[in-house]
Design a protein around this ligand. Sequence first.
Ligand SMILES: [Zn+2]
Length: 309
Amino acid sequence: MGINNLDTILQLIPTLNYVDTKRLNNSVKEKLDGDTVGKVIAEREQTVTDCPHCHAMNFIKHGVTAKGIQRYRCKDCKKTFCSLTGTPLFKMRMEDKWLAYVSMMWDGVPLRKIAARLRITLRTAFFWRHRFLKMPNQNQPASFTGIIEADEAFLPESFKGRRQMPRESRKRGGGKVPLVPFLVSYQRGDQYTFKVMDRNTKKNLSDAITPLLTDGCCLCTDGNLSYVSIVSDLDIKLDHKRIIALDGRVIDGIYHIQHVNSFIANFKEWLSRFKGVGTFYLPNYLAWHIWMRDKGYGEEYLWLQEATC
Ligand SMILES: [Zn+2]
């Protein structure tokens, strides 16, 4: 754009009323969002090191897509790919609307409203949610050291978002909806991880917590006796502090499970805006929540950047 065009626009801004200024603001934001995604895609091109099909490093540039995304051709397997092949953004259209979509999704705006506001079909809105739910990457820490807090939480089981019930409904007497247990663990120093369990059994709990525990760590849990049994079965030496409400909520000033408890409370509070999420997607929502807690709410740009790594 020539400088004169920009000057003309800038000169006109003071003459706009509030509603028109807001409209201008929205279209500027839309334009900037589009550029941000363009930037992420361009950055992704710098990081392509091997063929996503066969992992050979022997590839050459092979034109650009209609959208200007670099294409490549592998000299080993002869297949072509672009810089987004293998990322959750592959073959996604209308990239100028992704960030606005994600921001509304995080705010819990219903799909129908998102579709109407962005002028996309409901089908696309469903498809995008599915894609975006898979991000951020669920790279969870493999093990913890030092003081570790762990606690279980529960949410009602839900088949929302699934075409078919994957198995017999577990509804028990009285028509009560079964609860889905998940374990949240925290390593002091600010690292969270989670594990959604099928049922609240000692074995499931053991499978969820045992891989995280390392020699010399200190595990803080509530009074659940399963942990006592799990810890006694371990080959490693560790300290186990059971935080029993009657004994006080903090032992020796440092041993408590208040971080995980407040994480769980915050997560449930945040989740309520979605009016119930399918159990199948619970790990995705947990991963998101941890991501936003670490990186900051509204950092859609960083999120997209990570998704294309
Ligand atoms: Zn290849």
